[in-house]
Structures are given as C-alpha cells and as structure tokens.
Design a protein around this ligand. Structure first.
Ligand SMILES: [Mn+2]
Length: 322
C-alpha cells in the first residue's frame, strides 16, 4: 500500500496552518522529509513551520540548515513556544512513530489534528489518534515517501532541497545498498533531475571524526559467536543512539563469513539497545522478537530496560546458539 496523497492533500486543505516535525536529533532523512513536506503545505497555500527544538545538530544537518538560511529560502523554523497553534492547526510528524522521540512531546497534546508518516518498524503508537497515518517499514526512507507525495501532488522543490532529500535517501539506504527498490531509484533519479548535486551531498556527508572513531570502536569489539554470526558490544560507559548501533551492524554484515550481526550498547542510563542485521539466511526478527523487539528478517532491533550489558549479551548469545 502506498501513501494516500489525496487524503493528505484534503487534510492540509482543511487546516489553518501546518506544523511539521520529526524525531529528536534530526538526521538528513528527517530533515529532507520535513523540508519536502514544507513545500507541499506551501503549494497548498498554508502557512507552515518546521518545529525543531534541537540545539545541537549533526554535521550534515548543520551544514544543510546553514545553507538553507544562506540561500534565503525563508523556511520558518520555530520552537513550540513560538509556534502559532489554533483549533485547526495540523501537526505532521515524520520519520518516527515513537511519540517519546519527537522534537517536542508536548506538541502531541497541544495540537489535535495530526498526521504521522514513517518508515520505521511500528512501535506502540495509537494510530487512532491521527487523522491519517502511514507507517510502512518496507519504505527505504521518509524522503522516499515524501517524494512520492511531491510527485503525486505536483510540487516543485528548489535544487538545494533536492540535494538534501537525496542525501536523506542515501543515508537511510546506506548509499542504495539496503532497502533499495525500483521506486527508490526512480525518486532518486527525479531528485537528480530537479538538480540534486553530488558536490553538495559530499559536504552533507561530512562526519564528525570522533563519532566515526566511536563507531569503529564498536566494530573493533566484534567477536564471532559461531561461524556466521558476529556480535559487538559497545563500551559500557558511553551512551549511543540506535542509529549508531545500526550503522555498526550494517558494516559488520560486510565482513567475510558474516550472515548476521548483532550490536549491543547502552542507549540510555538504564536501557540497552540491540540492533540486528542479516543477509537473509538467518531470521534476526525471530531472535529480537524473543526479547520483545520487532523488525524484519533482515533488520530488527529491541530495547531492554534494567539489565546490564553483560546480562543482555548472555541472553542474545543463548538465543543465537539455540
Ligand atoms: Mn529515516
């Protein structure tokens, strides 16, 4: 099932203004998606804002936001306290279906009319709270979904925004390596046609040296559990985000003999995250499911509260060897 652009158009038309947001710690996919959606709301003549509360941004997002300001696109970015909210304001949440992770959780209660669009595995969100929700983990990225909307609704985006959206797809597909479908290439081609520029994207992909090293440290800790399964344990005294664990797991899949990879790390003071990846022969979802997680055969994850890393490691290894 594809996204229902007519329904979205209808909802936007009925609203007074549109507040567009995404998860905390914006990444390029989330940023590209909210920017793309901004142009949809604008085309329908609705005043809209990007709701961003983050004060610190990852390198690529920082670069994109600076350039967008420099290029004079005039895209209003507000915190919730500065955002005009009325009875018919529409809140659009992109690139997450975890309400605890959105830029400002208060916006959920402050704004009645909501749309949710995401490509992550469904968490516990109550879709009845939304006028429309589209959560499809078969989609590569939020930017790809928003591109489908732009195409259906005939919305034009400036060249630099096309670069940001293409970079979002590239990040989430690991440069067209995972979750990439025919449609992914088609929207990517269209973004190129709209002027997406690989030199701009090279600057968006600059990464923080220390973050890079942090990821390599995780990978360095890898050990084989059996012939085909590799597991890495991130340092106990550092907090990681799920994405960092996932990226390490992706990289570990590229090593000789590896059919499945697991990365375990602290994602909060008393919460451990596990990210699992597979080339398809081993079903990592079934393993994560036993730890109350979810996902697909090739890509799954879970979070575990109130256990330490060693306990979690033992649990995972036991399940792998079963
Ligand atoms: Mn994403």
């Amino acid at each position: 099932m594809k996204i229902d652009s007519k329904k979205i158009e209808e909802i936007i038309k009925k609203s007074s203004n549109v507040v567009i947001t995404a998860h905390k710690n914006l990444d390029l996919d989330a940023l590209g998606a909210i920017l793309g959606f901004f142009y949809i709301a604008s085309k329908l003549d609705k005043e809209s804002y990007l709701l961003i509360e983050d004060d610190i941004f990852e390198e690529g997002v920082k670069t994109a936001l600076n350039n967008i300001e420099k290029l004079g696109f005039n895209i209003p970015i507000n915190k919730l306290s500065k955002t005009k909210i009325g009875k018919n304001t529409l809140l659009v949440i992109l690139d997450t279906n975890n309400e605890d992770r959105i830029q400002n959780e208060k916006s959920i209660n402050k704004i009645n009319n909501k749309i949710l669009i995401d490509h992550h595995v469904k968490g516990g969100v109550n879709e009845n709270d939304y006028l429309y929700s589209y959560i499809n983990s078969q989609e590569s990225s939020s930017c790809e979904i928003i591109m489908d909307l732009l195409i259906d609704l005939n919305v034009y985006i400036p060249q630099y925004i096309a670069s940001v959206m293409l970079s979002g797809i590239m990040v989430d597909t690991n440069r067209f390596y995972i979750k990439t479908t025919k449609n992914t290439f088609e929207v990517a081609a269209l973004l190129k046609k709209m002027g997406a520029d690989y030199n701009d994207i090279q600057y968006l992909f600059k990464q923080d040296f220390n973050e890079y090293i942090k990821r390599q440290e995780i990978i360095k800790s890898s050990v084989f559990v059996n012939k085909n399964v590799i597991i890495a344990i991130a340092e106990d005294n550092k907090i990681y985000d799920n994405d960092e664990l996932a990226k390490a797991a992706d990289t570990m899949l590229t090593f000789n003999f590896v059919e499945a990879s697991f990365v375990i790390g602290k994602i909060d003071k008393n919460q451990i995250g596990i990210s699992a990846r597979s080339l398809g022969k081993i079903d990592v979802q079934s393993i994560m499911k036993k730890l109350n997680g979810g996902g697909h055969k090739t890509e799954a994850a879970t979070q575990i509260i109130d256990k330490n890393i060693d306990e979690v490691k033992e649990m995972v290894i036991k399940l792998i060897l079963k």
